[in-house]
Design a protein around this ligand. Structure first.
Ligand SMILES: Cc1cc2nc3c(=O)[nH]c(=O)nc-3n(C[C@H](O)[C@H](O)[C@H](O)COP(=O)(O)OP(=O)(O)OC[C@H]3O[C@@H](n4cnc5c(N)ncnc54)[C@H](O)[C@@H]3O)c2cc1C
Length: 469
């Protein structure tokens, strides 16, 4: 096991717990509290863990108090920002959850084009705040995701080709370390920690805020364009050849999906498995139509075309309704440099057998600006991959879980031989240390050494864990 999510609960005196509660400006939730049941839940309903205590931190002082309390009392610690993590690493059994969700401060500096963001914010909170200034920073495609987990793992989304990963736009992070010290990490101060935080996950401390670089992105030209599954082979071959040659201003992730069985989707398409691309073009308005005209002319025209001018936050939250909190999720992932015809055939075979309507496969481009960052400039080393693939079995009924998991595993096994090795750590379940090592490649040893410096006792181990060297 790469990850530890449970430990024997130490016996804590009631007075010790009460003293901790009194020291917090936020709320300490115990097993006997009415709010415990909802507070322990994370986004993925497959995860069912029972922490001893949940500290809803109001500020950095609360985070320092919580880290010191966990270390002193030998409690396992889980750090939660948005709670979206697939294997549920924002919660543990019997330990302390440091829940950052009340920490929602955001300060935009429109002159310097930066945003200081506390880590209880979701991606939607950030887009909302920056959009008022006509600015944005790259993040993921569902607005309820927390900035903490997505940023520390990398951050792939609609602006990756144009502006890089989320981590490529982090200028600074404030961090509470395992020994309770508060430090700032940037290119000049604690540069080794700054390097490790950009891709190394929650291994190095509790990040209380990020300083992000912002860019003038306001109205983009984007949305989903779908074709029939019978056309998938030619569409995916074309996408494979076309996108890597396209200008950085054009991002588009490929998807196999089922059209949701509800309005506003056309009734004749509802429930139909299709293939498509979700586009995001940030070139000038004058060139949008001419950029998309040859795409629209292909394959007899798309069956559904919802691509057009759209405010960036609207594109960023377009699929929130399809994926509410509380569904069952099982994740598999890989990086790809090539999509040979034999792999495309496997994709189509498994896409046509999707176990539930919410299950899906996405290929997120990680080329463009993201690929021009040197492999060893940040902990995220997969700069030579062209796509980050995710296969997710998603459903509402736990009775479907076995079927969903079997489909996702078999699908993954069929295309894995064509992958580059390793996988995006934000899109895997608990897959063991070898998989984590394969993901970080040549950067792993440096990460383990930095971990030994900042967290020698591995206090922060409820994560895709990098053991201290
Ligand atoms: C519906 C959905 C859509 C997604 N879309 C995308 C996408 O478009 N692009 C993408 O890149 N990823 C995406 N993801 C994956 C996402 O990046 C991971 O699930 C990520 O872990 C979520 O972050 P979180 O803060 O919400 O998670 P949490 O469960 O709160 O945290 C996960 C882990 O991150 C670490 N962590 C979180 N906050 C902190 C902190 N402040 N300090 C230190 N460590 C911390 C901890 O190790 C924690 O266990 C998506 C996930 C879901 C469920």
């Amino acid at each position: 096991m790469a990850t530890q999510t449970s430990i024997n609960s130490p016996a804590l005196a009631e007075s010790t717990v009460e003293e901790f509660a009194q020291a917090l400006r936020g709320t300490l939730i115990r097993r006997s509290d009415a709010s415990y049941e909802s507070a322990r839940r994370v986004y993925n309903a497959m995860i069912d863990r029972h922490p001893l205590l949940i500290a809803r931190c109001a500020n950095v002082a609360d985070v320092i108090t919580s880290v010191n309390f966990a270390r002193t009392n030998k409690l396992l610690v889980a750090i939660r920002s948005g709670g979206h993590n697939g294997p549920g690493l924002g919660v543990c059994d019997d330990g302390l959850v440091i829940d950052l969700s009340p920490m929602k401060g955001i300060r935009i500096d429109p002159v310097q084009r930066t945003a200081r963001v506390e880590t209880g914010c979701t991606l939607g909170d950030v887009d909302h705040a920056t959009h008022a200034f006509g600015l944005a920073t790259p993040s993921g495609i569902i607005s309820t995701t927390g900035v903490g987990g997505i940023t520390l793992g990398g951050g792939i989304g609609n602006l990756t080709r144009q502006l890089g990963l989320s981590i490529d736009n982090v200028l600074e992070a404030d961090v509470v370390l395992a020994d309770g010290r508060f430090v700032t990490a940037n290119a000049e101060t604690n540069p080794d920690l700054f390097w490790a935080l950009r891709g190394g996950g929650g291994n190095f401390g509790v990040v209380t805020s990020f300083l992000y670089r912002l860019h003038p992105v306001s109205i983009v030209y984007g949305g989903p364009m779908l074709w029939n599954l019978e056309q998938a082979e030619e569409v995916l071959r074309w996408y494979r050849d076309f996108l890597p040659q396209a200008p950085d201003e054009l991002n588009g992730f490929f998807a196999f999906l089922t059209v949701p069985p509800a309005a506003p989707f056309p009734e004749d398409l509802q429930g139909k498995i299709m293939c498509g691309v979700v586009w995001c073009y940030t070139g000038s308005v004058d060139t949008s139509e001419s950029t998309f005209a040859p795409i629209r002319a292909r394959f007899g025209g798309p069956t559904l075309d919802w691509v057009g001018p759209i405010p960036e936050p609207a594109l960023q939250s377009m699929f929130d309704g399809v994926y509410p909190a509380g569904d069952q999720w099982y994740w598999k992932a890989d990086f790809f440099n090539e999509l040979p015809d034999a792999a495309i055939k496997q994709h189509i075979e498994f896409a046509s057998k999707m176990p539930t309507w919410q299950s899906t496969m996405h290929l997120y481009p990680v080329d463009g600006v993201a690929s021009r960052v040197p492999k060893n400039a940040t902990a995220w080393t997969n700069r030579d991959a062209k796509w980050s693939e995710v296969i997710v079995g998603v459903g509402k009924d736990p009775a479907d879980n076995d079927r969903m998991i079997k489909w996702a595993r078999e699908y993954w096994e069929s295309v894995h031989p064509y992958s580059t090795g390793g996988a995006y750590i934000n899109m895997i379940m608990d897959e063991g240390t070898d998989r984590i090592k394969a993901t970080y490649g040549d950067n792993y040893d440096r990460l383990a050494a930095i971990k030994a410096n900042y967290d020698p006792s591995n206090l922060f181990r409820v994560n895709q864990n990098i053991a201290p060297s």
